[in-house]
Design a protein. Sequence first.
Length: 417
Amino acid sequence: MIGERRGELRLILWAWGVVMWGLACYWLAEPQFSRQVLALYAIGYLLIGLLGHLLLIGNAPRADQVVFPLVYMLTGLGLMSVLRLRPELALRQFLWVFIGVAWMGIAAGYPHWHRLVYWKYSSAVVGLLLLLLTTLLGYEAGGARRWLALGGFRFEPVELVRVLLVIFLAGYLSQARKLLQGTKGKFLGLSLPEPRYVGPLVTMWILFMFVLVAQRDLGAAFLFYGIFQAMLLVATGNMAYLVVGACMAAVGAGLAYRLFSHVQVRFQAWWNPWVRLESGGYQIAQSLFSLGAGGIFGRGWGRGAAASTVPAVHTDFVFSSLAEELGLLGSGAVLFLYLFLVMRTVRAALLANDEFLQLLTIGIGSLFAIQAIVIIGGVIKMIPMTGITMPFISYGGSSLISSYLLVGAILGISHGG
């Protein structure tokens, strides 16, 4: 079985070598940084790769051999970013990566992913209950009530809810696909579906959006909206869903702007950060300066100024730091890694022998793609900042562990075919 995954091992070692080159550049830029810490980082990162590789050999030897190395490379960039930008948080991020990789290996070995179709409504109900619990008992950070605390441990339930949402959508759409493709009539050239078949989806969409807006977690609301739209479009091919959904989103965005000062501040800071440096525009302005300073080839790893000028550089604005230090070419390579990950996800979906598994895999790929697009769009000022994380790169345990769980699902599905 080891021989079956030699290609994956070679890619893991190549990714490790690239990250070690980055560490060497960092040490040359900051020679006072502890060599012992860098050595431990190098060893720990290698062990993470070998752990994931061995788990997949044992649990999913026929799984896609490119997905984990891609995620491993993105994770390495994230770990280097945290070590560079917030050294005091690096050990905690390492621990979360180890936990995430372990969960990935366990999930990849689960042989009954197709049975989750029977838990679609349970997944939706549990997801809603988690969001309601956060609304009632959670505490606010960054203008949104998105955190729960258990003792000294805190986490974001919405990261688990996104997994449950994808399961619900994949389950419902796989069973009602043909019914949703039917038409009740036409309006402005668009085929309209039967209301009784689309009703459960619309009801669930409204409930999720209502609770998230009540939490003022508009980043998660935007992400969930994107997942709904992407999976509906893939499952039915009906553009009416896209048009109606876009109209509903526009109305919802307008109401959110009217009702919440937090949304107004973010929108105004995005629209013209230069005149609102004291009330939300500072981070966006500094992010744009960092992007411009990187040029084509970048300043070099460890030589950027974003660590001291952008307050949330290790979370919301981690891409601006990467672009400053790696330049247009390096940040473009990061985008290519995400693109290739989504492509391998689509490949796994096409090879799956079950309609539910196909939609589940497409949903996971859509989630990663939307997250990356939204966070990068916010950093380069294409859209307002939303507060969601950049998959595998941004600091944060809840997002990292749930993302690795989703990767485990992709690998498990590709293993089982």
